[in-house]
Design a protein. Sequence first.
Length: 269
Amino acid sequence: MTTNGPVPRPPGRGTASSLRMALRMVNTVLDREVSGRTGFNVSRLADEVGVERSKASRTTQDLCDKGFLERRDDSTFRAGTAFFTTAASLHPGLLGRSRPLLRRLAVEHGAGARLSVRDGVQVLLLRAESAAGLGREWQGAASLVTPCWCTGAGRALLLDHTADEITALLDDYELIGVGGPHAARSAGEVAAANDRDRPRGFVAAHGEFEHGVTEYAVPVRDSAGHVRAAVSVVGRQEDLTAREQTIHTDLTAAATALAKYVDGDHTPH
């Protein structure tokens, strides 16, 4: 067989390699953001990922142009809106059905109500609602990344993990200096907190992410019983603790209502 022109070649290894590097950069920025430490600029990100700085500069600029990264005023990076839009698109059923439930929780308890999923050690906020009159800090933007080890939603997403699994997950992370005064400082403390909360299937995180802030959370399970998401209520500890039992009941009902919509969605690792 003959052709009248050049034969198109399939994407080569260079394309796949560039994609893998871009994904590593986004994940590295996310991990740094979750750690609570100062973000990476281009030079430090290149060193962390192990690529030439000129290549890192081109790749990060492309990721910023596409919205997967954002450059702060101090030239460090954070995750961009396109990353969270992509994450949210993997959970269409949950997102569509969660809004009225979250609104009801927020209004009923005068707090913020959230739907979150986990990606490794990162907790990604997919949707948030807040009661009228509350500041936006209780709602949270749907681009919030928090650690799994010191948030109510994060611990709910880890509620079925064994102590060994939690240790393996957190092996490369420094827990000291991240979170509020009651945050876990070791994998063992995370496991112990979950051992305490597991019998009720209800996580109570008092001052774990921030001083004076409580987050109550319940896992959302698929038909096989696997944890796929978490629904939570967050607000001032002094306002919520007296309502704990009612919040427990309402979160459990919301998680049950959402459970039918998680089958077939993407499962975070």
